[in-house]
Every structure is written in structure tokens, then in C-alpha cells.
Ligand binder design. Structure first.
Ligand code: TXA
Ligand code: MG
Length: 320
């Protein structure tokens, strides 16, 4: 399907006008930053091949330079340009992209020369994904190159899933903010390393089982590569308030639970994992804005469909 058709098929896109897209392309070409919607979370985007623009992203996020970014692309056609995978790896990547792109799956592959080390935190590998968001696909096509875009939050903070939840400093540093309403998925993409054995570095909406259906075997989980991924930074995705995971909320607790709220600082969350993920960051942002000191979160059920949510909750509850 052609990107314009996808855009036309997409949901309401308040910022999808040719003029806004042209303005955003201009800003990106000047090396400026643009907040872009994706189906997972909002991203802080810049020209992915410009070391100078990438440097600004790190500065605005307050992110250590060794933490690599994701390059966002229109589709599979970018593998040849941005990666140096051997034939079998390339075929695997193409099969996965064929099945899940555009969508919440990031693939890590050996990087081509053209990808600046600034984008990869000095690593010889590059992370790429094609976001399933009509406005941003049209922007990518118009820009004609990859956009480096980390989640549009300050380092270790919560990702924004709505423009309303953007950090004022991030908003101020961006030349433009493209608003497409709330993100459909609500937590960050699955990151799959294809450099050696397929290994999930960060769980997300594309599950291990879905990946296995294409790979023919279950991917590994994180393996020994933990150290090189900021998504595996133990303290991550955190609100300002201290987070505690509990088996049940007490009557006076501010927090997220599954039952009937017993005070105005409790948010009732959905019992299905996709809806829960969609609402999670927005709920936490809103409790944070109320200035609560701690947030208690009722532990979600066991089961693989909760893996991605559980990963985020465990990180935000991490004391470090
Ligand atoms: O859903 C998403 O992925 C969002 C939207 C905006 O696309 N982006 C996002 O970016 O979450 P960021 O920068 O917050 O997280 C990037 C993740 C980190 O966990 C990072 O370690 C991993 O991707 N990553 C990037 N490049 C990598 C590489 N070369 N090797 C291993 N992990 C990499
Ligand atoms: Mg992030």
C-alpha cells in the first residue's frame, strides 16, 4: 500500500497537512528537532545522518552519549542503505519487517558506514524501525532520509503518549510539535537484536511468540547484552513520584489498580494488556502532575501478554 493511502486510511490527523509536513521537512533539513507522533510514543526527531543534529537531541534529553538511538525509516528499502547484514541476516530482517512493518518492532543490525557513530552511541550496530503512524510516514517520505528519534522525554523519565504530556523543556527545544492525538500502543517498540542469535533487548507490543512465528524459533530474552542498551538501564520510564508495585491498593493510596477506585487519586486500569499499555504513561503523567509523593501500582496478572508492561513497571519501581 502506498504511504498516501495509508495516511488517508489513518485516524484523525490534526497535523497532517502538506504545509505542516513541508515546514517540518525544512526544520529537519536545517538540523532542528521536531516532535513526531508514532504508534508507540512521541519521538524527538532529527536528521538521522547529521552528527550535529543528533548531538542536540542528546543535549535536550540529557541522555548519556553512549546510549544509541533508533533510526526511523519508510520501510524495508532502507536495509541496503543503512545496514551491512550478511545475506541470511538480511533475509531474516526482511521477513520480520515484511510481517511487522510499519509497526512497533525495532531491528538491530550491523551498521553501514553512512550511519554516524553519534546515532549508535559508538556501537557498530544500528537500530531501525518503520513506525505505523500516517503523519510520520508521510514526513519520512517527504524528508527522504532516516530520522533519529528517541522517545520525547528527558532521560529516565516517562515517555509522552500525548502532546499534553510533553516536558516543557523538550517542547521549547523543538522547532515544531506534530500533534496526532494519543498514541495507539502507548509503550515503546520491541527491540530485537539480529546481530547474533535473535535476542529481545526490550519487550514491546510485538511479542516473543509473534516473532517466533516468523523466525521459526523463540528469540532469546536479553542474553548477555544488557549493558549496552539504555532500555535496560534499571531506572527508566519513571514518573517523578516514587513507584511501588503492590498486590492491592489500600483505600488511601494514590495509584493504578484494577478495582473500583476508593479515592480521587486512584486510576482504574483495563484488565486487558493492550488497553492497559495504551493508558499507562498518560495515567502516570496525570498523577505526577498532581504532585503525589508516591504512586502504588497493583501488580498486573502473570502471562506473556503482560511482559512489556511488567518490564516498564519493574524499571519505574527500581530504587536506583
Ligand atoms: O517505540 C519506540 O521505539 C520509540 C519511538 C519514538 O519510536 N523510541 C524509543 O527510543 O523508545 P529510545 O531512544 O527511547 O529507545 C531506544 C532503544 C533503547 O532501548 C536502546 O538501547 C535501543 O533502542 N537501541 C538503539 N540502538 C541500539 C543498538 N545499536 N544496539 C542495541 N540497542 C539499541
Ligand atoms: Mg526512551
Amino acid at each position: 500500500m502506498d504511504r498516501r493511502e495509508r495516511a488517508a486510511r489513518g485516524d484523525v490527523e490534526s497535523d497532517f497537512t502538506d504545509l505542516r509536513i513541508a515546514e517540518a521537512v525544512e526544520a529537519l533539513r536545517r538540523g532542528e528537532l521536531v516532535v513526531v507522533p508514532t504508534e508507540t510514543v512521541y519521538g524527538l526527531a532529527c536528521d538521522g545522518l547529521s552528527p550535529w543534529a543528533i548531538h542536540k537531541v542528546y543535549e535536550v534529553k540529557g541522555r548519556p552519549e553512549a546510549h544509541p538511538l533508533i533510526l526511523h525509516v519508510t520501510g524495508i528499502e532502507w536495509f541496503a542503505r543503512l545496514t551491512l547484514a550478511d545475506e541470511p541476516t538480511r533475509r531474516t530482517a526482511e521477513k520480520l519487517a515484511g510481517a511487522f512493518w510499519p509497526g512497533p518492532l525495532t531491528l538491530v543490525l550491523p551498521k553501514a558506514e553512512v550511519v554516524p557513530e553519534e546515532a549508535t552511541g559508538g556501537l557498530s550496530t544500528v537500530a531501525i524501525r518503520s513506525p505505523n503512524q500516517a503523519t510520520t510516514l508521510v514526513l519520512l517520505e517527504a524528508f527522504g532520509g532516516p530520522l533519529a528519534a528517541p522517545s520525547a522525554n528527558r532521560f529516565t523519565r516517562l515517555s509522552p503518549t500525548r502532546v499534553e504530556d510533553l516536558d516543557p523543556e523538550i517542547r521549547a527545544a523543538a522547532a515544531m510539535v506534530l500533534d496526532a492525538g494519543p498514541c495507539a500502543i502507548g509503550i515503546e517498540s520491541t527491540v530485537l537484536d539480529l546481530v547474533d542469535e535473535p535476542t529481545i533487548l526490550r519487550p514491546g507490543a510485538i511479542s516473543a511468540e509473534q516473532l517466533a512465528s516468523v523466525l521459526g524459533a523463540m528469540p532469546r530474552l536479553r542474553g548477555g547484552k544488557t549493558g549496552r542498551s539504555p532500555g535496560s538501564h534499571p531506572k527508566h520510564y519513571s514518573p517523578t513520584a516514587r513507584v511501588e508495585i503492590v498486590t492491592a491498593l489500600a483505600a488511601g493510596d494514590p495509584g493504578l489498580g484494577f478495582g473500583e477506585p476508593t479515592n480521587p487519586l486512584q486510576v482504574r486500569m483495563a484488565r486487558d494488556s493492550s488497553t492497559y499499555a495504551q493508558d499507562l504513561y498518560r495515567a502516570l503523567h496525570s498523577l505526577d502532575r498532581l504532585g503525589v509523593e508516591f504512586i502504588r501500582i497493583e501488580a498486573p496478572p502473570q502471562g506473556p501478554e503482560w511482559d512489556a508492561v511488567r518490564d516498564r513497571l519493574e524499571r519505574m519501581a527500581h530504587p536506583g
